[in-house]
Design a protein around this ligand. Structure first.
Ligand SMILES: Cc1cc2nc3c(=O)[nH]c(=O)nc-3n(C[C@H](O)[C@H](O)[C@H](O)COP(=O)(O)O)c2cc1C
Length: 278
């Protein structure tokens, strides 16, 4: 039996992700990989609520992610109150899907629990204030959230991360009553995609640019990026009407401090929230 006979969706999934000219070789294939490759961020949701128990299933998926030294230094807040949602949307440059999606989760790097444990036993945790420990918490939160994303998408739900909550982590912390040592890393909208505003799978860089075999080698990178720029310009024209290449997008995100939307002050904000980042 050929691979195509086993998984007829495979070529289509890879073409959507890489374009026809950059389809990579693949090995064994299954429905889990199919689900992961079909990911696309969705920014328009139906008001239909998610089924009862979905939140708990997603959190179980999240808690099944690996966690550095089993420290479990993350938490998640499910935000239901419309006024709180509105404030969070305001922090995030008025992204309406934050208000509209049936489930909105805020993922926290959370060292407050660890700190409480130390205080209870009168143990000084000297490693707590270090950048390393913050990174552990931030990485754990991201891994957990991405497990929830894959689980949600496997159930036919759609998602979009909201990094724009980091525009003002102090306002988010005040709104969610976060203790010292907890900070929002990003939000996550979850719900059923509005079929009137479908989202397309967004092509990624060809694997030759991101996959290095043995040693890092960027000698062939520039022409591959040029070709990807054309792919992404066509994608953006199809999906958003404005024709802009990937390079354009990368530059517009990073050429000015103003475009960081307040996140240039993140180190200070995290300091105030209990992360000295030594
Ligand atoms: C940590 C993180 C934060 C993000 N923040 C936002 C956001 O604030 N608003 C938004 O519309 N998309 C956000 N995104 C979605 C990205 O723009 C999206 O993943 C990227 O353009 C690739 O598109 P795709 O997810 O459809 O493949 C975020 C993604 C990640 C991983």
């Amino acid at each position: 039996m050929t691979a195509e006979a086993i998984a007829p969706e495979r070529p289509a999934a890879l073409q959507a992700r890489y374009g026809e000219r950059a389809v990579p070789e693949t090995g064994p294939w299954n429905q889990t990989i199919e689900t992961i490759l079909a990911h696309r961020s969705v920014r328009a949701y139906r008001s239909t609520p998610v089924p009862a128990g979905t939140l708990e299933t997603l959190v179980a998926a999240a808690q099944s992610a690996p966690t550095s030294s089993n420290l479990q230094t993350w938490s998640v807040v499910s935000v239901t109150d419309p006024a709180t949602r509105a404030t969070l949307a305001e922090v995030a440059n008025n992204q309406l899907h934050i208000v509209q999606c049936p489930l909105f989760l805020v993922w926290l790097a959370d060292l407050s629990r660890t700190e409480r444990m130390g205080k209870e036993r009168s143990v000084t945790l000297e490693g707590l204030p270090y950048l390393e420990t913050f990174l552990v918490a931030a990485i754990d939160a991201a891994l957990a959230a991405q497990n929830a994303v894959v689980a949600a998408e496997s159930l036919g739900l759609s998602t979009v991360y909201i990094g724009a909550l980091r525009n003002d982590p102090q306002r988010v912390a005040a709104e969610l009553n976060l203790p010292e040592g907890a900070a929002a890393m990003f939000g996550l909208c979850i719900g059923y995609a509005d079929p009137a505003r479908p989202a397309e799978v967004k092509p990624r860089l060809p694997q030759s640019v991101v996959l290095h075999r043995g040693r890092y080698d960027f000698s062939q990178e520039a022409p591959v990026r040029t070709s990807y720029d054309r792919t992404m310009a066509a994608f953006s024209e199809r999906n958003e009407m404005a024709r802009s290449s990937w390079t354009d997008r990368v530059f517009s995100r990073l050429t000015t401090i103003a475009n960081l939307n307040g996140r240039d002050r993140l180190r200070t904000a995290l300091g105030v929230l209990g992360f000295p980042l030594r």
